[in-house]
Design a protein around this ligand. Sequence first.
Ligand SMILES: Cc1cc2nc3c(=O)[nH]c(=O)nc-3n(C[C@H](O)[C@H](O)[C@H](O)COP(=O)(O)O)c2cc1C
Length: 189
Amino acid sequence: MKIKVLILAILIMSIGMSNKLQAQTIASGKKVLIAYYSLRNGNTRILSEHIQKNVGGDIFRIETVDAYPSAYNDVTTQAKKELQSGYRPPLKSKVQAFDQYDIIYLGSPNWWNTIAPAVMTFLDSYNFEGKTIVPFITHEGSRLGSSVADIKKLAPKATVLKGLPVRGGSVSSSMPDVKVWLKDLDMVK
Ligand SMILES: Cc1cc2nc3c(=O)[nH]c(=O)nc-3n(C[C@H](O)[C@H](O)[C@H](O)COP(=O)(O)O)c2cc1C
């Protein structure tokens, strides 16, 4: 009986490993970083975890030194001012050995039709020459807005691929859309 349980455990483990290997093979030696900003560590975090389940890689949460206000209306007012003035909020931490990464999945909530200012600070903080950026955006109706165009402006030397927009309320059930998007981009089989 014990042996049967052991064999079953080994079988389950090896299926899991082969799935992981499959995703890594497609990325073929490319090192993946998934960096995301999420105001309350919510929708965009969930989407970044869906992506990681498919492509592997390291996850990095972009966080501002100063917290945004707790009331939603105050956040939207502050964000509008920051975007209009070009303010870049300082970030809490840096990616270790950023140069090792080839593909950077970059996630942001849509804020006033573009990426959150924290993601703009992130883009200003590293050299993206020769890197591939794959944007993913959560929103409440504006979809990608100008986020992909704005990422291109802030990282002009990167190759920026097709972005994925997912409505905030649908992130939990967005795994099929994530898979189709990654397949279209040839990131997974
Ligand atoms: C400051 C602010 C501005 C926003 N502006 C937009 C917008 O212009 N268009 C839109 O569709 N959603 C907008 N939203 C909604 C967010 O994009 C959406 O709720 C997102 O999924 C939040 O992700 P998060 O939980 O990872 O922070 C805004 C939210 C905030 C807080």
